[in-house]
Design a protein around this ligand. Sequence first.
Ligand SMILES: *[C@@H]1O[C@H](CO)[C@@H](O)[C@H](O)[C@H]1NC(C)=O
Ligand SMILES: *[C@@H]1O[C@H](CO)[C@@H](O)[C@H](O)[C@H]1NC(C)=O
Ligand SMILES: *[C@@H]1O[C@H](CO)[C@@H](O)[C@H](O)[C@H]1NC(C)=O
Ligand SMILES: *[C@@H]1O[C@H](CO)[C@@H](O)[C@H](O)[C@H]1NC(C)=O
Ligand SMILES: *[C@@H]1O[C@H](CO)[C@@H](O)[C@H](O)[C@H]1NC(C)=O
Length: 377
Amino acid sequence: MMMSLVFLLGLSCTFYSGSTMLTAKSEPSIRQLLEKQQLKLTHLEFTLRHVLIKVLFLTDADVHAPRRLPPDPVLELSQRMNQLLQRLESEERAADILSRIEAKINASECEETTSNETLVDHKAKALANVTEQHEEKELPKLDPMQPAKADCYELEDATRRDGVYKFLVPELNEVGRDFNERFCAFTLDGPAWTVIQSRGPYQQQENFNRTWDEYRTGFGSLERDFWFGNEFIHKIVYRDDHMLRIELEDQDGARDWGEYAVFRLDSESYNYQLVIDGYQGSMPDALEYHNKMDFSTCDRRNDQSPRENVPCAVRFGSGWWFDRCQECNLNGIYPGSGGSGIIWADWRSGNYTLKTARMMIRPVRFAPATAEDTYDE
Ligand SMILES: *[C@@H]1O[C@H](CO)[C@@H](O)[C@H](O)[C@H]1NC(C)=O
Ligand SMILES: *[C@@H]1O[C@H](CO)[C@@H](O)[C@H](O)[C@H]1NC(C)=O
Ligand SMILES: *[C@@H]1O[C@H](CO)[C@@H](O)[C@H](O)[C@H]1NC(C)=O
Ligand SMILES: *[C@@H]1O[C@H](CO)[C@@H](O)[C@H](O)[C@H]1NC(C)=O
Ligand SMILES: *[C@@H]1O[C@H](CO)[C@@H](O)[C@H](O)[C@H]1NC(C)=O
């Protein structure tokens, strides 16, 4: 009995410190909600104490009447704890909804310059709209705010909506790009992938002829064409084994894809060297030629072409793992010509420049089991 009491007290401490953590993590702008939450948490703590007192009482009874079997206080408390945790979870959901409302209001404030409605009007409308939508209950729609999740692969399978998601809390790099804001893409099976590179037929094209520093920190809009950033990519794949998936589309809309079971990007001190292995796909593997190559940009030459030649990165106007120089280059000029475009050799002939290209990564351990795996052992 004493043992379980110590355990219970420990539990109550964990629970309480959990509540303070929640407060510190949230934004000051949702203070009102937090105050409400604080109240509820205090209330929950009271309830918990109540239960503890009851347990103490039962322990006492146990000592005085050893022959009588009391109801199992640990079981009762664990049921109670489950209830409390469920309530806490719903509180967190409420906080999430509120921050979405705020984001919506913020967004409508930005539109103010183009529209001629009053701010109040706009705010009221947005609020009404969000409230209305919230009342419609659990519509499967994209929820970009995912503070309880850390990466695309953790997204719920229910909605499978591609788009930009914000995980955890913002973690900005030196140019203000957020490590935890990611474009997530779902494929036919398995959890979502994190897109690290994207090209497409946008009217306003992002410039991919960028410096070493720009490729390091990332550039472009996650909603359109972008490079996620060598440092971010390295940071993700360094923690956990990752796969790489390449998706291509030609000018006629024909698509194909290939996957590498191994994808690593070394640190900056190793020039973000590329390591790939285990290719599978119906299109030819044009990236193998670039395997174990260092990254090059117009201002940093790490290619293997003769020194008297123009550096590959300058010639093809992009950062890439150039060798002598390329068999593929998804960062090329858009729309390029004479080999300087979006290239994937041997899938389409010669200097053919593709319409869209995407590179995406996912942890290996979350890849869906193949038939082979299932019958293994
Ligand atoms: C809304 O804007 C305010 C300041 O303008 C900012 O403090 C707050 O974080 C923004 N909220 C969201 C959810 O973007
Ligand atoms: C809004 O429209 C009114 C007339 O409809 C005009 O007088 C006013 O200048 C406009 N305001 C802005 C900010 O465009
Ligand atoms: C309400 O939201 C929907 C979908 O998000 C949008 O289509 C509609 O225009 C919004 N209405 C107002 C009044 O803002
Ligand atoms: C890329 O940028 C560098 C440096 O500004 C420039 O010298 C080079 O000509 C550019 N390459 C292309 C293909 O535009
Ligand atoms: C690609 O373009 C270059 C010119 O930049 C040319 O020398 C080369 O022959 C072309 N390759 C093919 C296969 O068309």
